[in-house]
Design a protein around this ligand. Structure first.
Ligand code: ZN
Ligand code: ZN
Length: 421
């Protein structure tokens, strides 16, 4: 297929003076654009031809020795294999795919036992991780900078894994496919399944020790430190994803995946959140509940004191569990000025044992406070003893059917009904 007249520089769309880096970049671009898996069915055959041409151009131009021969003698010096003077046939598309994308062409091009798990992705995997955020930061928004250590394509060999002039050897274990078929026991049957070849780490080829890249020792990637920054928008919530595109580990021949942070909201000691609303419990003394107050009842997530004046109408008292709804003091809503509401739940603090009122004071209070309802009348009256510190957890706990009076009350109710009918 390589005709003597073809201009390899033209195939890659570069100039005669292009650097190795230019060649590599042009190759990546052209190879991806002409990848047979990425074009419509009808164009596939043409794409395969172009794809092979791009691969051949790269093989020759990226290798300094071959590039010199080509520049001096043109394609006539090559015989179609990209190897001057060697008589092998043209490169096999499957091999090319295996080299480029760490997969056999078969995965993408028409089925083979083993199924989709045998195919390697053309994008390195995303890195998913949890990211715990304080409610304060979700309220105000926050920028976080941090250092990561990640695998990047080796800068010395550009992901080749070998020295500049070295040629990789095809892996004999996997026939250059990068994957091997093994038999796995599934139930009582042996079922074929594909695994990454351990000899070549799935590359389908390898370099002998003395030809390995000095920097990455043939691994094709090396570790690098990088500063990353994420922005947590105000109003973000649990489960939101923050994506750093292309920042996952780099894998030669693959587009890098993303780092994906899944936000997890830390529990807050004062506020609870539901959507864009917030709730908090406020402590109010019995005297305040009865006579009113005007003070800061809670410190908001941005540090502001939230002041409440009660009552608005003279004489109104606060009851335990009463809810004061403060419009617009909830969480901000993402990408907008709207805010949820704040629900303040009143906890009336009754006097504790330290309060030692005199009999006269109590008598006075009794006189001032509302009188009790009319007494309950009954034919017989028993005065009983009691435990002043009873606990509702004990309620139903002695039930022989498991003390599950709370959970199973529907079924129990039915049984009880049947029994009484
Ligand atoms: Zn290297
Ligand atoms: Zn192998």
């Amino acid at each position: 297929m390589s005709s003597a007249g073809v201009d390899l520089y033209e195939v890659l769309g570069i100039s005669k003076g292009a650097s190795k880096d230019d060649i590599r970049k042009a190759y990546r671009k052209a190879a991806l654009a002409n990848h047979p898996d990425k074009v419509a069915e009808a164009e596939r055959e043409d794409a395969e031809v172009r794809f092979k041409a791009v691969q051949e151009a790269y093989d020759i131009l990226y290798d300094e020795e071959k590039r010199e021969i080509y520049d001096a003698h043109g394609m006539g010096a090559f015989n179609g294999s990209g190897e001057p003077g060697m008589g092998a046939g043209g490169p096999d598309l499957d091999d090319i795919l295996a080299q480029m994308f760490g997969m056999g062409g078969m995965g993408g091009m028409g089925g083979m036992p083993g199924g989709p798990q045998a195919r390697k992705p053309r994008r390195s995997p995303n890195e998913e991780q949890k990211y715990e955020v304080r409610l304060e930061d979700l309220y105000k928004g926050k920028t976080v900078r941090f250092a990561v250590t990640k695998n990047v394509i080796c800068s010395l060999c550009h992901g080749k894994g070998g020295k500049e002039r070295a040629t990789a050897r095809q892996c004999a274990t996997c026939d250059g496919q990068g994957v091997r078929q093994v038999l796995r026991q599934v139930g009582q049957f042996m079922s074929p399944s594909m695994v990454t070849c351990s000899t070549c780490s799935g590359h389908g080829e390898y370099f002998i020790d003395k030809e390995k890249c000095k920097k990455c020792k043939g691994k094709r990637t090396s570790e690098a430190k990088k500063m990353l920054e994420i922005y947590i928008p105000r109003g973000a919530r649990e489960g939101d994803k923050i994506i750093l595109e292309g920042e996952a580990d780099q894998v030669p021949g693959q587009e890098p995946g993303d780092i994906v942070f899944h936000l997890v909201e830390e529990e807050h000691e004062t506020f609870r959140r539901a959507g864009s609303d917030l709730t908090a419990t406020i402590d109010v003394t019995l005297a305040e509940a009865l006579t009113g107050f005007s003070r800061v009842v809670v410190k908001h997530l941005d540090g502001r004191g939230i002041e409440v004046t009660h009552p608005k109408t003279p004489g109104e008292v606060l009851s335990p569990g009463q809810v004061l709804k403060v419009p617009g003091e909830g969480m901000p809503v993402k990408r907008g000025d709207a805010r949820g509401d704040l629900y303040l739940v009143v906890n009336v603090k009754f006097p504790d044992a330290k309060w030692k009122p005199s009999a006269a004071v109590l008598e006075h209070l009794k006189e001032m406070l509302p009188k009790p309802d009319a007494p309950i009348t009954a034919e017989t009256v028993d005065e009983v003893e009691y435990d002043p510190k009873g606990n509702l957890d004990d309620f139903g706990a002695n039930d022989p059917e498991g003390g599950s009076a709370w959970e199973d009350d529907e079924e129990e109710g039915e049984t009880a009904q049947c029994a009484t009918q």
